[in-house]
Design a binder for this molecule. Structure first.
Ligand SMILES: C[S@@+](CC[C@H](N)C(=O)[O-])C[C@H]1O[C@@H](n2cnc3c(N)ncnc32)[C@H](O)[C@@H]1O
Length: 385
């Protein structure tokens, strides 16, 4: 298996007696320790529904991990909440597994992709619309487009992209907007930019050439429909701050999420091009950076505010799993984020049942001092109401 595992029982015997089903929780921990997502059928490269590949994201969870966690924590019909849903891996997988899925994120790019995954129309309708749309590039004014954006695109491609974006937003065609964002930049002929990374828009390595937009969006949409997409969905994407969740008390059966871990990843800088394409200029991106939980000094305070909300919306005895990385300090020391959050959440009335650890090979685009390996910790908590 090649992974390093550890299992820590942090709860006292006293708090364990409050847990409705210790047997169930022990089973959950045992299975997490075995890291089933590294075994067949999940170990297959790119395991998961084609919709999971709509658009990339730093810190994106592997769909197989989401699948295993949802399966362990819930049954069809249950409500699953991901309060830091990113591009919607947990909510989409939960939806595909027959759960009521709710995803919350404060990053407009992440929210746009999650919402796109829940817009369900037959493939023919998407393609018919794309084949019949006429985009008027003459009225596109690129004088206010930043030099940062312009360096990635041939000017005619850029005009087509902007014209299409405007119609998609106007007509609320969110799936197609998600597909367009998914090919906004990358290194393949199907992407619209000069050669750069698919995840983070590093300085392009080639001179931008003309790339017709509509045919590339059509091909992208066909790839997304490779696996059958159920037309009925109860999935919900919410653009909001998880320090202030507007769901009802006890509405949620289980919480599965990968929260930010201190300031380890920068969800604004790493998504700069896609955010700018969605209309966030430098000032708005600065505001967003300030509003997201990615500040080392206020991290615990912010996560406690989130925890208060989670405690309210999660049913008594409901299970909450956080997937967290450690924070790397400049002197090569690390902070065990899961342990820090666990301690803070104990004071809110959650009991920590255990923390398991799993070393994963890193995505090359994700900054990591470990270069080839990344540590995921699974913090399992119960809501003692
Ligand atoms: C590790 S990522 C989640 C990735 C996700 N599991 C996926 O597969 O795409 C953490 C997310 O927390 C979001 N976030 C940070 N602060 C937030 C807040 N106050 N409210 C809601 N979301 C927030 C970030 O925008 C980011 O998308």
């Amino acid at each position: 298996m090649g992974s390093e595992l550890s299992l820590q029982y942090i709860s006292s015997v006293n708090s364990l007696s409050n847990i409705r089903s210790n047997v169930r929780l022990l089973k959950i921990l045992k299975i997490l320790k075995e890291t089933p997502w590294k075994k067949q059928p999940f170990s297959k490269q790119n395991w998961g529904h084609s919709l999971h590949h709509m658009s990339p994201y730093v810190g994106k969870m592997k769909p197989a991990i989401a699948h295993v966690l949802i399966d362990l924590l819930s049954k069809p019909g249950d409500t699953i909440l991901d309060p830091f849903c990113g591009v919607g891996t947990v909510p989409l997988e939960a939806d595909l597994m027959g759960r009521k899925a709710i995803g919350i994120d404060l990053n407009p790019y992440a929210f746009t992709i999650t919402r796109a995954k829940f817009e369900r129309l037959p493939l023919e309708k998407q393609l018919d619309w794309l084949k019949s749309v006429s985009i008027d590039t003459k009225s596109v004014d690129i004088s206010k487009i930043s030099d940062f954006v312009k360096q990635f695109y041939n000017i005619d491609t850029l005009k087509e992209m902007i014209a299409l974006r405007n119609i998609l937003i106007q007509e609320k065609r969110f799936f197609l907007l998600g597909a367009l964002l998914g090919i906004l930049h990358g290194h393949r002929p199907g992407h619209l930019s000069a050669t750069t990374s698919l995840v983070i828009p590093f300085k392009p390595k080639t001179t931008p050439e003309y790339r017709a937009v509509i045919p590339r969006v059509i091909e992208k949409v066909k790839r997304l429909y490779k696996d059958e997409i159920p037309m009925n969905s109860e999935g919900k994407a919410i653009f909001a701050d998880s320090r202030n969740i507007s769901l009802n008390k006890n509405e949620v059966d289980a919480i599965i999420t990968s929260p930010p871990y201190f300031d380890t990843l920068d969800y604004v800088q790493d998504n700069k091009l896609r955010l700018e394409f969605l209309g966030l200029n430098e000032r708005k991106r600065d505001d967003l950076k300030h509003n997201l939980i990615q500040n080392r000094n206020t991290y615990i305070e912010d996560m406690i505010q989130v925890g208060d909300n989670l405690k309210r919306v999660l049913k008594p005895g409901g299970v909450c799993i956080f997937v967290l990385g450690d924070m790397n300090l400049s002197d090569k020391k690390t902070v065990n984020t899961a342990r820090v959050v666990s301690k803070a959440y104990e004071s809110l009335g959650f009991s920590t049942f255990g923390i398991t650890s799993d070393w994963m090979p890193t995505n090359k685009a994700i900054p990591s001092v470990y270069k080839r390996r990344k540590l995921d910790r699974f913090l399992v908590m119960i809501n003692n109401k």
